[in-house]
Design a protein around this ligand. Structure first.
Ligand code: 13P
Length: 337
């Protein structure tokens, strides 16, 4: 498959991406919230239960894995990447080494992980990965994000993307403007515009073929502490406008992060965006919390109750699949509850 074909398969209509690439530290927080011990065995059990679920075949185009998981063998027989590709889903891998303090800027980060990346990519390809993820993080506050943060992160994202294409995989480019803060929706629009522009500027300098990439952006949304709330129509309108103005049309797929929205908000907003999508972009989800929150709760109740965990996951995946086609409605949530 060409890189463009892989990108289009990851984001095919009615499908999206499961972000199951929480680092050991992040999954520790998730497990703590449900009183489950953060052991390798528990991480494997939870994840393989999702990867073996009915929803995988129908609603998921790709799964982003963490380094530990891509090297694990499931207790069902196959390795984790085999379990995923057996369902005709593409395995992917998070390759960044996390957001680290940015020297010279108080309280901002730059994402690291370029050292040794070429070698790691070869290993991941050998393990079955056909796409990758790198997440840059930007916070909105007083003078943030600084141009230093915007430029440093865009440069790293573009160097990463070039190396990934050299290794014959599709880079997910994830510049995440955080929801934290009391800014309004228009500030999120403005900052996201600057961030996206700098990213595509750098991607062009690094000669990245945009047809073989997927963008994973935040939606245009008010800060969590903002006094001015926005409904899903406004979020959808401003998100689509921002993408149309700032994302080159060569990019085949846009898969949003959920970023702290509730499961229902993430489905509702994606649905509204697709209802008015008049572009050629395949617009879908690449959710972590937005796909796994209910399944995690079920795992917390009874770790051995596979059918309840899978039922919760299948439902969320189905709802987001409908949203990727603009066919979701709140009634469908109530009927299932
Ligand atoms: P959330 O959907 O929970 O924001 O996670 C997506 C992700 O992969 C962040 O990098």
């Amino acid at each position: 498959m060409t890189l463009e074909e892989i990108a289009k398969k990851m984001c095919a209509k009615g499908k999206g991406i499961l972000a199951a690439d929480e680092s050991t530290g992040t999954i520790a927080k998730r497990f703590k919230s449900i009183n489950v011990e953060n052991t390798e065995k528990n991480r494997l059990f939870f994840r393989q239960t999702l990867f073996n679920s009915q929803a995988m075949k129908n609603y998921i185009g790709g799964v982003i894995l963490f380094d530990e998981t891509i090297k694990q063998k499931s207790t069902l027989g196959p390795t984790i990447p085999e379990l995923i590709s057996d369902n005709d889903v593409i395995p992917g891998i998070k390759v960044d080494k996390g957001a680290k303090p940015l020297a010279g800027s108080l309280d901002e980060t730059v994402t690291e992980g370029l050292d040794g990346l070429r070698e790691r990519l070869k290993e991941y390809y050998g393990l079955g990965a056909r796409f990758t993820k790198w997440r840059a993080v930007y916070k909105i506050a007083n003078k943030f994000p600084s141009s230093q943060s915007i430029k440093s992160n865009a440069h790293a994202l573009a160097r990463y993307a070039a190396l990934v294409q050299e290794a014959k995989m599709v880079p997910i480019v994830e510049p995440e403007v955080l929801m934290d803060g009391n800014h309004d929706i228009d500030m999120c629009y403005k900052v996201t515009t600057n961030v996206l522009n700098e990213c595509y500027n750098e991607l062009t300098i690094q000669k990245v073929d945009l047809k073989g990439t997927v963008l994973k952006p935040n939606m245009i949304i008010p800060g969590t502490e903002s006094k001015k709330k926005s409904n899903s129509e406004e979020i959808a309108k401003k998100t689509l406008e921002c993408l149309k103005k700032n994302v080159p049309s060569d990019v085949p797929g846009i898969a949003f992060l959920s970023g702290g929205q509730t499961e229902i908000e993430a489905s509702e907003n994606l649905n509204e965006i697709n209802k008015i999508n008049d572009t050629n972009f395949l617009i879908t989800f690449s959710y972590g919390r937005g796909l796994q929150a209910s399944a995690l709760k079920a795992f917390g109740k009874d770790q051995k109750d596979h059918s309840s965990i899978q039922k919760a996951f299948d439902h969320r995946a189905k709802m987001n699949s409908l949203s990727s086609k603009g066919e979701w409605s709140k009634n469908l949530e109530e009927v299932a509850a």
